[in-house]
Each structure stands twice: as structure tokens, then as C-alpha cells.
Design a protein around this ligand. Sequence first.
Ligand code: PGA
Length: 251
Amino acid sequence: MSRRKFICGNWKMHKTASEAVQLVRELRQKLDGTGAQVAVAPPFTALAAVKQALQGSAIQLFGQNCHHEKQGAFTGEVSAPMLKDVGCDGVILGHSERRQYFGETDDQVAKKVRAVLAEALHPIVCVGETLQEREAGRTWEVVSRQVRGALGGLDAAALQRITLAYEPVWAIGTGRTATTAQAQEVHAQIRGLLRELGGAQVAQAVRIQYGGSVKPDNAADLLSQPDVDGALVGGASLKSSDFAAIVTAAR
Ligand code: PGA
């Protein structure tokens, strides 16, 4: 059984609502009917407009983060039920920019994963080492800690509903992509850990996306690796032609 490739565009803090709708219109022209699993993750302020612009399309809508509580006195935060209400299908969690600039910890990511699963939304859980950690030979120590931290204690049914994204921090927004061998090595290790956490069926089913300077010209190579099941795309997801080319490479 092969895993269906899954490509998600992480728009980060880019695009006003009207710009987002324009980008989605272009994407629909290029991607509707292609059959690949595709999602876009616009900023919170554009979610409602993008949802409307996606009506009748198979392209899914994701949030970029959420709080683990359902509601409360958390100024500036947005909850999983709110994302569900606006029409999201899933949420990106634990992105390295959240960890790096907003101090997000493994423990917080774990709580968010549970909050997102409780709303029957699909989490994409991001993990990845910094350049310093890689150069110190600590890649697997860091990545395995992040995976265990986010997913430890979940049963097999819950684990099957999660997608992981391996995003080496040194490859994000730098134009420096991991080699296919570097990506495949860590992806295979993560799959081994999934087997330990949830059994063979979970390890076989869970998609592991690669992220970090995925572009039209490197996507096919990365996506041809046996344990690379999709891509989490930042910069190149902001241009419809580039994103469409990456989706095409996945098929
Ligand atoms: P990038 O970002 O494709 O611009 O490197 C990837 C990400 O941060 O998800």
C-alpha cells in the first residue's frame, strides 16, 4: 500500500485577504481536478475569505498554529474550535519559527496536537534540527525528542490521523535544501520511531512531509524518496506556478 502524497503551502505572514483570494483563484485554475492531496495555510485573517474561494475545490484549508485551550483569556490567540468553525481541515503545529521566535516547547506542541485531534482536525507536526545541532551530530537526538514529545502517549488511532513534517531549520527560507539522502535518512528514522510508538500499521500509514526550500526544480527528487510522502512548502507556495509545479512533481 502506498501513501498518498500530501503537499501543503505554508504562507506564513504573507497575503492580505484579497491577495490570498487572488492566489487561490490561480491555484484552482492550475490544480482543481489533479487528484493530489493539497492544502494551503494562509494567515488567520485570510481564512474565511480563502474558505469561500475554495468552495467546490478539493484543496484543503489549514491554520498555521493554534492555542491548546478551547477559549479563555489568551489575548492574541486562536483556538482549534475557532479554526474548525471557520472551515479549516487541519493545523500546522510546532513550526520551527514558532519554536524559535515564540518559545514554543515540545510540551506545548503536545497539548496543541491533542486539542487539534479533539476537533477532528488534521495536525501537521513539524520537527527539525538547527545547523548547530546537525554539525554537532545531534540531529536524531533532537528530532526524536521532538517526535516523542509531541506524539508520545497517543494511541494508534490518534497517531494515524497525524502528518509529520521534517524541516531542517537550516534549510528553511535559506535556499539550502537537504540532499535527498539527508532527507531520506531522517524520514526513515522517524518512520522507525513511529513503528515503536504505534506499531507497523501506524508506521506504514503516517505521511512524513519534507520542508525547507522545496522548489519546482528539487521537488521531484525529494518526493521520489521512499519515505518522503509530501512537502511543506513556504516561499514557493506564494507563487501559483511554482506551487503547482511542486504538486505536479508529487504525482
Ligand atoms: P521554505 O519554508 O519553503 O520557504 O524554506 C518551509 C517552511 O517553513 O515550512
